[in-house]
Every structure is written in structure tokens, then in C-alpha cells.
Design a protein around this ligand. Structure first.
Ligand SMILES: [Zn+2]
Length: 304
């Protein structure tokens, strides 16, 4: 065999292996068959009525910052075009004036050079809203959801309103570079629950580990019966649910260390739920089009 032939064979092998690796890391998004996740809406709705008091009359969204990711990082096989990944905090307003916060975004220091944009005024409004809230929950322990909390100037004072789960507290390594100050959670009693937990009138937490160990969805039923399901980063975009398609494996396996099988099961169940009950408004973690549409429809109000 001549050296040219050997070189050709090596080149062909590299192309095949490299092509396979590219496909596996960047494009492949086949749902495994054995995951299991169920959203029992009958039980979730029952729990929404468990806490005494009036349900929220308003849901506000504050867009604090944005990332910019290649589409294939968001939806495997989507190509390299950059897409905006807005970062939100949400506020529920109850008729007695009480408020609850879902997700706290992140500050400019935590976001650093990863941020494509940052709205300092929006962050200040969000941070001030944390001061007044009677309940603060996060969908998961990643920096763009918990960062506004870890960096809050008066964490000790607002901590009684903060309801982190055991898993969120147990995995600070998932929050970096966001981190609670040394000792800030000493003596803190996190939430411990198995599947669903009612935390306020019309508000139910839904345990959804996979994207991170402490991931949960937040079901909100407004006083007028409107239903909104904040799914955190189970999906970054609604398209993930439509296609039942995950982020690229390079992101899920090597950057996020996701339980990919669990996330696929959740995407499949959200897909089923959307087909069965299209009136439930599903809000992915970073989908500006979904939030804009809900603002236009009057389900969510823009700004705190
Ligand atoms: Zn996120």
C-alpha cells in the first residue's frame, strides 16, 4: 500500500469519526424510550385550591438581561445562527397586595462577559421587588435564575420569604458563579417534597429534576382561572416542546451535566399536555416570543 493510499484511508477515517462526533455532539436529539414524567393536572389543580386566600390577579415579567446562543445549543441541529435568550423574573400580585417572585435573574457581576445585554434599571426593580415579596421561589439553581437572590444586598432580611428546595440548596456547584455568601444559609430549612407542593393560593411547585437536580416547574392559576406553567429551563424555547427536541449534547452532557433522559421525558409530557390542554400557557425559560405573546394577550404584564 502506498503512502498516498494510507493517507487517504486515515483522512477518510478522521472524516467518519469526526462527522460522527459532530452529529452526536451537535445534531442528534433522539428521545430515549425509557424516561418517565407525568403532569397530573387533576391533582395539580386540586392543590391550587388548597392554600386559603385569593389567587393572583396579575403576573408581571421583568426582562433583566439576555444571553445570545447558537440555535443548535438551544435546539440540537438548529444551525449556528445566534438567537436571543432573554432572562426574566416574574412577579405574582395577589388582591391583598402580597406578592410572590418566581426566579430572580442575575446581576451584571454574575453574568459578566456571558451577557449579551443587561438592563440595570430592570434589575433594580426586580431587587426591590424581592424586598417586598412574601414568597420567593426559583425554578432551579442556575445563576440566571438564582443570581438575583444570592447577590441581594439584604439577603438575611428577605430570607424568611425564600423557599428553596432541598435539592437547590444541596447543589451550590450548579449555581456558580452565583453563590450565597459564606454561612448565609446556616440554619435554613429548605422545602422537602416528592412530586407537587402547594405554596400559595393558586401556586403549585412541580418537581422536575433533569436540567438540574433542583429543577421544578411552577404552576400558577390566576383568580380569573387563567393557567400559566413556568417550566424553568426544562425547555429554553417552546420549539423544544413542539419538536420534543433537546439542546445539543455538547451543551447537555459536557456543559450542563443534565440528566438528558429525564429532560426528554419532561419535554414529551409537556408536548402531550399542550396537545391535550392548549389553554394552559407554557412558559419556557428563555423564550421572548412566548412572553411577548402573553403580554399582548394580557395574561402577563410587562415590567414590575
Ligand atoms: Zn436559564
Amino acid at each position: 500500500m502506498g503512502w498516498k493510499r494510507v493517507a487517504l484511508i486515515i483522512l477518510a477515517a478522521v472524516a467518519i469519526v469526526g462527522g460522527g462526533a459532530y452529529y452526536w455532539l451537535i445534531v442528534e436529539s433522539h428521545a430515549p424510550a425509557d424516561g418517565h414524567f407525568a403532569l397530573d393536572m387533576e391533582e395539580i389543580r386540586r392543590l391550587a385550591d388548597v392554600k386559603p386566600g385569593s389567587k393572583a390577579v396579575e403576573i408581571d415579567a421583568e426582562k433583566v438581561a439576555a444571553f445570545s446562543f447558537p440555535l443548535t445549543a438551544v435546539i440540537a441541529g438548529g444551525g449556528w445562527k445566534k438567537v436571543e435568550m432573554p432572562v426574566y423574573s416574574y412577579r405574582l400580585v395577589f388582591p391583598d397586595g402580597g406578592t410572590a417572585i418566581i426566579d430572580t435573574a442575575l446581576d451584571a457581576k454574575v453574568g459578566g462577559s456571558q451577557l449579551a445585554s443587561f438592563d440595570a434599571a430592570a434589575y433594580e426593580r426586580m431587587s426591590a421587588a424581592l424586598d417586598k415579596a412574601s414568597l420567593i421561589v426559583v425554578t432551579h439553581e442556575h445563576m440566571d435564575h438564582i443570581g438575583g437572590l444570592t447577590e441581594h444586598a439584604d439577603l438575611k432580611r428577605i430570607l424568611p420569604a425564600v423557599e428553596l428546595t432541598q435539592e437547590q440548596v444541596d447543589h451550590p456547584e450548579r449555581s456558580v458563579p452565583a453563590a450565597f455568601p459564606e454561612g448565609a444559609l446556616n440554619g435554613y430549612k429548605p422545602l422537602v417534597y416528592d412530586h407537587y407542593l402547594a405554596v400559595a393560593p393558586g401556586v403549585v411547585l412541580i418537581k422536575s429534576p433533569g436540567h438540574s437536580p433542583g429543577s421544578q416547574m411552577v404552576y400558577v392559576q390566576k383568580a380569573d382561572g387563567t393557567e400559566v406553567l413556568f417550566i424553568g429551563d426544562v425547555a429554553w424555547k417552546f420549539r423544544n416542546i413542539e419538536l420534543v427536541r433537546e439542546r445539543a449534547r455538547l451543551v447537555t452532557q459536557f456543559m450542563l451535566k443534565e440528566d438528558r433522559e429525564a429532560v426528554f421525558a419532561e419535554l414529551g409530557e409537556l408536548h402531550r399536555l399542550h396537545e391535550a390542554e392548549p389553554k394552559i400557557h407554557i412558559v419556557p425559560g428563555h423564550d421572548g416570543e412566548v412572553v411577548d405573546a402573553l403580554e399582548n394577550a394580557g395574561v402577563i404584564k410587562a415590567g414590575f
